[in-house]
Design a protein around this ligand. Structure first.
Ligand code: DGL
Length: 275
């Protein structure tokens, strides 16, 4: 990792199972506008959240190897599913690189927010099955934990169906039985911030919603400060690599990112050597 240099010399590699991780890129851009970002969205193989542990680890390893070939300085695993299932493996396989996951920052933010010590976690099937948030929360002394997989939120967000009758019905289906037991809810999936208004409507004003991406961006920023990486004027580059360019990618970029990347390129991960 470079030290004592201008932020414009730093490149952060971010990966996600698809487009959803751009919600994390947005927060990184707000916090660290001057760094360069190389984003890999594995759009050809999304979703990860319904896959086995073995497959998620293999995909996450290939994603990380790709970003390292692009000469990034550190890796951000924006995907909650990959952070939950593959982070330990990635840190062993790519020892020389700082690798940041999204689970721990979200958990810390939730612990800070809760007053009743009763916390809900929603995520993909694989994330909830891994109990990654629960394990962290328990280590911090929280024992009232309510977990719920909400797989239908992902296609709803990608359809841009963020408000109205249909998402509200789905949100009630998932959240009705946990909402009265919690005062804080971790949005443990990159897609869920798109549905934040509907989730808020269903769980009520008294439940605080935690989007881990801002805490993750703050953690990366603290790390760069500790390496004496200096802020500079202007925006860094955002290079987007996708393993498939879906027909509606323009509307997805608009929904999840809200600004134009500098470059977009389709890549084939099977051409990359991985660990
Ligand atoms: N990016 C994934 C996550 O944050 C959601 C989509 C998927 O299932 O791959 O867990």
């Amino acid at each position: 990792m470079k030290e004592n240099t201008a932020g414009s010399n730093i490149s952060i590699g971010v990966f996600d199972s698809g487009i959803g991780g751009l919600t994390v890129v947005k927060k990184l851009r707000e916090k660290l506008p001057y760094v360069n970002i190389v984003y890999l969205g594995d759009t050809a193989r999304v979703p990860y959240g319904t896959k086995s542990e073995e497959t998620i680890i293999r995909f996450a390893t290939e994603d990380t190897a790709f970003l390292i070939e692009k000469e990034v300085d550190l890796i951000v695993v924006a995907c909650n599913t990959a952070s939950s299932v593959a982070l330990t493996h990635l840190r062993k396989a790519f020892k020389d690189y700082p690798i940041f996951g999204v689970v721990e920052p979200g958990v810390k933010m939730a612990i800070h927010a809760t007053q009743s010590n009763s916390i809900g976690v929603i995520g993909t099937i694989a994330t909830i099955k891994s109990h990654s948030h629960k394990k962290f929360l328990e280590r911090e002394g929280i024992t009232n934990i309510f977990e719920k997989a909400c797989p239908l939120f992902v296609p709803l967000a990608e359809e841009g169906l963020s408000e109205g009758e249909i998402p509200e019905l789905v949100a009630r289906h998932y959240l009705e039985d946990i909402k009265d037991h919690i005062d804080t809810l971790i949005l443990g999936c990159t897609h869920y911030p798109i549905l934040i208004k509907t989730i808020k409507k269903v769980v009520g004003e008294k439940v605080k919603l935690i989007d881990p991406s801002s805490a993750l961006a703050a953690k990366v920023s603290d790390f760069l400060m500790s390496k004496n990486i200096q802020p500079v004027e202007g925006n860094g580059k955002l290079d987007l690599y996708l393993t498939d360019i879906p027909p509606h990618y323009h509307s997805l970029l608009n929904l999840f990112l809200g600004f134009e990347p500098d470059t977009i390129e389709k890549v084939n991960l099977s051409e990359i050597s991985s660990c």
